[in-house]
Design a protein. Structure first.
Length: 183
């Protein structure tokens, strides 16, 4: 599956000057919501990502809200597991709602649409581990970390994207006066 082609086809691969959630600037942004709004595409990428982890025995798949909610659902469906999500807790971390069942020892897969630094998915992972769950892998639609994301478990992505990323103080797009878009 060519997931980057799906991003292009759905208008979800954007070019310009973007402020990423990581705080970095980039001339490329992947608007996963534009891709995942199409149920057939969401199902297709969920099945493809699930296949990368089909040998794992899992109780649930976890994604960080908001981007990981749909993705965790379609991957969980493909793997026959439950779908959970973690949401911001107001203190800089993430939490799982009380109604979401996590038993100590439950094995889980964490998923994210696009991994740049991996910090969002790490926060979601910490929330599940705080309830005693055991992380067995991390999956992403796109890895744009340049090999910098490591989670201590297998990390697999459907695609890798080599796109420049700059700290704000060293951004050539800022120096060129190109307006910054917050996404």
């Amino acid at each position: 599956m060519d997931v980057l082609e799906l991003y292009r086809r759905t208008g979800a691969l954007l070019k310009g000057h973007f402020l990423l959630r990581s705080g970095l600037h980039s001339p490329v942004f992947l608007q996963s919501a534009a891709l995942l709004q199409h149920p057939l595409y969401a199902e297709a990428v969920g099945e493809a990502l699930g296949k990368l982890f089909e040998e794992e025995r899992l109780e649930f798949v976890l994604g960080p809200a908001m981007g990981g909610v749909v993705l965790s659902f379609v991957v969980a469906r493909a793997l026959g597991a439950r779908a959970l999500f973690a949401e911001k807790d107001g203190r800089g971390g993430m939490t799982l709602r009380k109604g979401l069942l996590v038993n100590p020892g439950d094995r889980f897969l964490a998923v994210e649409d696009v991994v740049t630094t991996g910090e969002s998915v790490r926060k979601a992972i910490r929330a599940a581990e705080a309830r005693g769950a055991v992380l067995v892998g991390v999956g992403a639609l796109v890895d744009r970390s340049g090999g910098g994301a490591a989670f201590g478990v297998p990390f697999r992505a459907l695609a890798r994207l080599e796109a420049p990323q700059y700290p704000p103080e060293a951004c050539p797009l800022c120096r060129a006066g190109i307006p910054l878009e917050e996404v």
